[in-house]
Design a protein around this ligand. Structure first.
Ligand code: WT7
Length: 649
């Protein structure tokens, strides 16, 4: 890759885990981490074999790993029903009557489902699916609001061996069609609607619109959440509650092969067509289970809350499979973080005594922008551990999270992983790893992560390159559904036998991994490679800036120029010189090379509904002055018009 990605940000602040936390943590010293890590790499079969015994198996495996690159089989010969680890196994002891899910709807109502009740609901709905002729390996599309029934639907599919494919409730009818076509699902599970920012999201109407152009669906089961009027098509659409009345509450869990497919989750790649990432059962569950156990250090007395939506992999692994396999109590919230105002999350933390809180940097930045008065007016003293995921966290946001939310006492686990990896891959262990704002630190057990240059040679300290994983891991994707060629090409063709993550990264002298960002978001300015995330981080570190996105634009002399889109904090007066001030600020933090050639002030950035900035659109905008590309995943369409106007100035 020519010159390696150079890293210009320096972060010297180091935070040791609080003694009190370490004392109780499962992994309480770096020596213990290193010993276990070493074993997990040198003897994966004995390491993972031991961990996997904590899950519920109906038939023991014969061989832990069968690896024929790029195809892995974990726990060969073993049979299990994933839902027995998540539910049935907790029913024999004190967890039976413990809250599994404490749910809060956006309008404010609360429901609590104990493990016993959740088990019962999953069994009932598994019977509904079977009564409607859903069979093992059939694909089922789930398009639901954030209500317990979303998790129940997923688990009911898993229980009967059907393959769920959850489509985020914020996606359009068009996306449903794409996913139906690719997966061949013939059953859809949805709701009459869900609440988001005080409005009802018309889920059923979107399904209806999708099914106008896609004909293969035989059954649509509709949960009544809002009471909104919907049209039910005779012979195709059924009411969830009516179906439940026809079935019993007992359901015998059949055993499936460890490699039985569990779910398909679509994620965008470099081309327009989303990739259907396929995960299987035993290995995936083990990844979900062990990362929750060691990275979130889950305890029976914890109240855990992951703010993701089940429509993303974070919701699959860290709302459904991981927490439930650990028998933890979790909070699930239906709505927006700013409804009725930016105090909502903190009021939930206070109300239920949340102890572990997992969210995204984009949310943290939104909270920073909204002002400190929101967290300050709630009692957040129950929190003991914080986590982030989704993008590199800028040190400014990390420090704010640490101080204003964690009260300076909670370790932060910055967790790097992907839809494809199934579970967290690089992260601090909260009881032992020294953290620095902005780094995901060290690989988790069994993860042989490395940074390679274009010749496949491992990079030196502080030298940037491509992040790869050199050994198979239990929760790895198995293929791209229906497209083995693309699977090989996208992930396994850069270096023989190594998984390429598509991220640029570097390791510092202490071995910490700093994720620079997707490689397609790395610029080349005058022969220097520069991570857009680093320029953004520098911008956001300025007191006037709430959020920033940086893209490259062709530049006659430099090769690529730096273009920044900046949202200022509320209440900041723009003097007309703010742009120049920001350029100089970036020059000061990183170096003159990173000074943006252009700065565009904008009230908002174009984002996907999961909060990722759509740089693709910004790139198009700076290149052509307008946006014509696919914007179906955009959260707020008004942003585009505003940006186009700004560019004409
Ligand atoms: C991409 C994966 C994994 C669940 C949410 C996103 C970026 C994710 C981090 C982190 C820096 C991160 C990477 C990765 N990413 N977590 N802690 N630090 N970057 O899943 O949509 O599959 O996206 O998100 O670029 O490749 P996804």
């Amino acid at each position: 890759m020519g010159k390696s990605i150079e890293s210009h940000l320096h972060e010297d602040r180091v935070f040791q885990p609080p003694k009190e936390f370490s004392r109780k943590a499962r992994i309480s010293s770096m020596a213990q981490y290193r010993r276990m890590y070493k074993e997990s790499i040198a003897k994966p079969a004995s390491f993972w074999g031991r961990e996997a015994k904590e899950l519920a198996w109906q038939k023991p495996w014969k061989k832990v790993l069968d690896w024929s690159a790029p195809y892995a089989k974990w726990f060969v010969g073993g049979k299990l029903n994933v839902t027995e680890s998540c539910l049935d196994q907790h029913l024999d002891g004190p967890r039976r009557n413990k809250a599994a899910i404490i749910w809060e709807g956006e309008p404010g109502e609360t429901r609590v489902l104990t493990y016993q009740q959740l088990h019962r609901e999953v069994c009932r709905f598994a019977n509904v699916l079977e009564a409607n002729e859903v069979k093992s390996r059939d694909r089922v599309l789930i398009y639901m609001p954030m209500i317990p029934e979303a998790a129940i639907a997923m688990l009911a599919c898993a229980r009967i061996g059907a393959v769920h494919s959850v489509v985020f409730g914020g996606f359009s009818a068009e996306s449903i069609v794409d996913r139906l076509e690719d997966s061949g699902a013939t059953t859809v599970l949805t709701a009459d609607g869900g609440y988001r920012r005080g409005k009802v999201v018309p889920l059923k109407a979107n399904v209806d619109a999708a099914l106008k152009s896609h004909k293969g669906v035989k059954r649509v089961v509709v949960y009544q959440r809002t009471g909104a009027k919907v049209t039910m098509k005779r012979g195709r659409d059924l009411w969830w509650h009516e179906e439940l009345e026809k079935v019993s509450a007992s359901h015998q869990a059949r055993a499936f092969d460890s490699e039985h497919p569990l779910f398909i989750l679509y994620t965008s790649g470099s081309t327009g067509k989303p990739k259907g990432i396929l995960h299987s059962s035993g290995g995936y569950l083990l990844g979900a289970y062990t990362t929750c156990k060691y990275i979130f250090d889950m305890r029976d007395e914890d109240v855990y809350w992951c703010t993701a939506d089940v429509g993303w992999v974070t919701g699959h692994t860290y709302i459904v499979y991981g927490p439930l396999a650990n028998g933890v109590t979790q909070v699930m919230y239906e709505g927006a973080p700013n409804f009725p105002d930016f105090g909502r999350f903190w009021s939930i933390v206070e109300k239920y005594g949340v102890t572990i809180f997992y969210t995204a940097p984009t949310a943290i930045r939104a909270f920073i922008k909204a002002g400190d008065k929101f967290p300050a007016s709630h009692d957040l003293s129950s929190l003991r551990l914080l986590g982030t995921v989704g993008e590199p966290i800028n040190p400014e946001a990390w420090m704010w999270y640490h101080e204003k939310i964690g009260g300076g006492r909670c370790p932060i686990v910055d967790t790097w992983w992907q839809t494809e990896t199934g579970a967290i891959m690089i992260s601090p262990l909260p009881g032992c790893t020294p953290t620095k704002p902005g780094t995901a630190t060290l690989p988790f057990f069994g993860v042989d992560a490395a940074i390679l240059d274009e010749n496949g040679k491992e990079c030196k300290a502080d030298e940037g390159g491509k992040l790869v994983i050199r050994k198979p891991w239990p929760s790895m994707l198995r293929t791209i559904y229906g497209d083995a060629r693309r699977y090989k090409k996208v992930y396994w063709s850069d270096y023989v036998g190594r998984y390429t993550a598509g991220d640029g990264a570097r390791r510092d002298r202490d071995g910490n991994f700093w994720i620079v960002g997707r490689l397609d978001d790395v610029l080349n300015v005058s022969g220097h490679r520069l991570g857009t995330a680093e320029v953004e981080s520098a911008l956001v570190a300025h007191k006037a800036v709430a959020e920033a996105a940086v893209v490259g634009r062709p530049h006659e002399i430099k090769g690529q120029g730096v273009v920044a889109f900046v949202t200022l904090r509320e209440g900041v007066k723009t003097s007309g010189r703010i742009e120049e001030e920001l350029r100089n600020h970036v020059g000061k933090v990183i170096g003159a090379i990173a000074k943006p050639d252009e700065i565009h002030l904008t009230p908002a950035l174009p984002k996907t509904r999961s909060g990722k900035i759509m740089r693709r659109l910004l790139k198009e905008l700076v290149a052509t002055g307008k946006i014509t590309g696919n914007i179906t995943t955009l959260e707020d369409f008004g942003v585009i018009t505003k940006l186009q106007k700004e560019m004409k100035k």
